[in-house]
Write a protein that binds this ligand. Structure first.
Ligand code: F6R
Length: 608
């Protein structure tokens, strides 16, 4: 939520900032703005809505200068408007500031500042920081920032410019992402690495609470009390190509098509002569001996992957396993102790609730393991161990390739852990390792088939108001995920249900033309789900059936049949979700929706 960029160097700052903001627009698109420092002082441009509007402002009224900061906003405090857009300025107009996160105690700080006569220009929580730093300023921005930070509660990545200090950007972070880019005679800051890739692949990830001073000549990192801190420069493996659409109309479609590669990457080096190798996680039979239960915490799509993870963990480890929405876990006083293994799942590694859940788990003495896609992000840095999903950068707001790689990671984790505990058999391991190795090719085949029934369905049902998705056991979460994909990018209301729950209420919705997507691949619950389908058909409901290739009984029951390749039932969620992603995509594009930037949403939810 919200993207920040900063630049100090020799190029036109406006161009570098716009390039960075373009790469960060997935983090919010309610408004955008830049502040550039030149001989005439701090220059501001802001525009409501997508970045294109700010680009136009800058074309109409360019600003020259080679030091600046920029922001793309996902509104939390204050409606999307020019006055609430960042950068914000201090009351004396000498300082500009951008912020990603929430200042939780902004009300009390605002009252204090108002009592001292400071006039506020916006409804945001951010503006208090600009004024506090201006009041603390005595000729050194770094010192002023360090003085103010202990007064702030909440999450923030901040970057500041002061008109008396040309050539210097100060940045800091607590519970929000920040990366520093190291160039030659130019340096950068950003919320996420893709914003820097056009200029440098050398990056520093500052720790929580550290403060960075970025000048043309270098990047220096300090502890909160301004002692020099070691800052390791890493070379990121990400490339600009990976952050481009590569001929696809949308990032989402590109990312759906990248799934075979993403799954293969997630398996790379983790399957060793038919066995699962979890050595990189540090999990051993010894460390697992103390674990009595597992709690999996995540949000949204990652939560649905975790629900499949729960079934897999209980099946293969026989450890009681719970799944928690991270936002609930935090406030539910969960039973977590040193005998609990808390697994957090997050594509971005920055989701505020998931991050806080990990902190809670650590404080309670639990072992922590994260399943994450972004190297160096906050959640893996905090966790005892991490299994990276290696899906590559996911830019489309709707998660697709991260989901299938999370499912893949859970098969590895559950079966690998089960083998260490002696609760999973060698036969299970061999069967699933062989199955996993086939999955990338099976997903490719599914995509190459260009599922005609999916497109027909999208055309036929794009104008209905409601959809139902049903599944059982491993594919109950598939129903939830299918419904989430449809609603978030097409804005059609969709619900996911466990098939067995239909008779307990939702069946009342079914009538002629009401579409239900039923997920019934080969497996222990297929017959039960087909009975649910019969009950829907008996009430004239329309059924789109996702079934295993060659299932003639299913074919007879389907108004629209979508076939997926045969696979082990534990792996079926990976294949079954693919047509549902495409159904959501084609429905949304037919409705003319902005698929990669659905309304009201942003990619990385760094506020709770
Ligand atoms: C939906 C979607 C979200 C995320 C959720 C968690 O398509 O992308 O529901 O899954 O915001 O994000 P991460 O996985 O980054 O923690």
């Amino acid at each position: 939520m919200c993207g920040i960029v900063g630049y100090v160097g020799k190029r036109e700052a406006s161009e570098v900032l716009l390039e960075g903001l373009r790469r960060l627009e997935y983090r919010g698109y309610d408004s955008a703005g830049v502040s550039i420092l030149n001989g005439s002082g701090l220059q501001l441009r802001k525009a409501v809505g997508k970045l294109a509007n700010l680009e136009k402002e800058l074309r109409d009224a360019p600003i020259h200068g080679s030091v600046g900061i920029g922001h793309t906003r996902w509104a939390t405090h204050g409606a999307p408007s020019v006055r609430n857009s960042h950068p914000h300025q201090s009351y004396d107009g000498h300082l500009s500031l951008i912020h990603n996160g929430i200042i939780e105690n902004y009300r009390e700080l605002k009252h204090e500042l108002q009592a001292a006569g400071v006039k506020f220009e916006s409804d945001t929580d951010t503006e208090v920081v600009a004024h506090l730093v201006a009041r603390a300023y005595r000729g050194d921005l770094l010192k002023a920032v360090a003085e103010v930070l202990p007064r702030l509660r909440g999450a923030y990545a901040l970057a500041l410019l002061h008109q008396n200090e040309p050539g210097r950007v100060i940045a800091t972070r607590v519970a929000s992402p920040l990366v520093l880019g190291v160039g030659e005679g130019e340096n950068f800051i950003a919320s996420d690495v893709p914003a820097l890739l056009k200029y440098t692949r050398r990056v520093i990830f500052p720790e929580e609470g550290q403060i960075a001073e970025v000048t043309r000549d270098g990047v220096r990192v300090f502890t909160p009390d301004l002692k020099p801190a070691a800052a390791a420069v890493q070379t990121t493996e990400l490339t600009l190509d990976a952050a481009e659409k590569e001929g696809f109309e949308h990032f989402m479609l590109k990312e759906i098509h990248e799934q075979p590669r993403a799954i293969a990457e997630t398996l790379r080096g983790r399957l060793n002569e038919g066995a699962i190798d979890l050595s990189e996680t540090g999990l051993t039979a010894e460390t697992l001996k103390t674990v009595r239960r597992v709690a999996i915490v995540a949000c949204g799509t990652s939560l649905y992957a975790s629900m499949v993870g729960k079934y897999l963990f209980e099946r293969f480890t026989r450890l009681p396993t719970e799944t928690w929405s991270a936002s609930e876990f935090r406030y539910a006083n969960p039973v977590v102790d040193r005998h609990t293994l808390v697994i957090s799942v997050s594509q971005s590694g920055e989701t505020a609730d998931t991050l806080e859940a990990v902190k809670l788990a650590k404080a309670a003495g639990a072992a922590t393991l994260s399943v994450c896609n972004v190297m160096g992000s906050s959640i893996p840095r905090l966790s005892g161990a991490t299994l990276y999903t290696r899906a590559g950068p996911e830019i489309g707001v709707a998660s697709t390739k991260a989901y299938v790689t999370q499912l893949t990671a859970f098969v590895l984790l559950a079966v690998g852990t089960g083998r260490m505990l002696g609760t999973a058999t060698r036969e299970d391991e061999t069967r699933l390792v062989n199955g996993l190795m086939r999955v990338p090719g099976q997903v490719r085949a599914l995509l190459d088939k260009d599922i005609v029934a999916v497109k027909r369905c999208a055309r036929r049902y794009k104008d209905v108001f409601n959809f139902m998705y049903i599944g059982r056991h491993y594919n109950y979460p598939t129903a939830l995920e299918g419904a989430l994909k449809l609603k978030e990018i097409s804005y059609i209301h969709a619900e996911g249900y466990a098939g067995g729950e239909m008779k307990h209420g939702p069946l009342a919705l079914v009538e002629g033309t009401f579409p239900t997507i039923a997920i019934a691949p080969r497996g222990a619950t297929r017959e039960k789900l087909l009975s649910n389908v019969q009950e829907i058909r008996a009430r004239q409901g329309v059924v789109v059936l996702v079934a295993t290739e060659g299932d003639t009984e299913a074919a007879e029951l389907a108004d629209y049949l979508i076939e997926i390749p045969d696979c082990a039932e534990e792996l079926s969620p990976i294949l079954a979700v693919v047509p549902l992603q495409l159904l959501a995509y084609y429905t949304a594009t037919q409705l003319g929706r902005d698929v990669d930037k659905p309304r009201n949403l942003a990619k990385s939810v760094t506020v709770e």
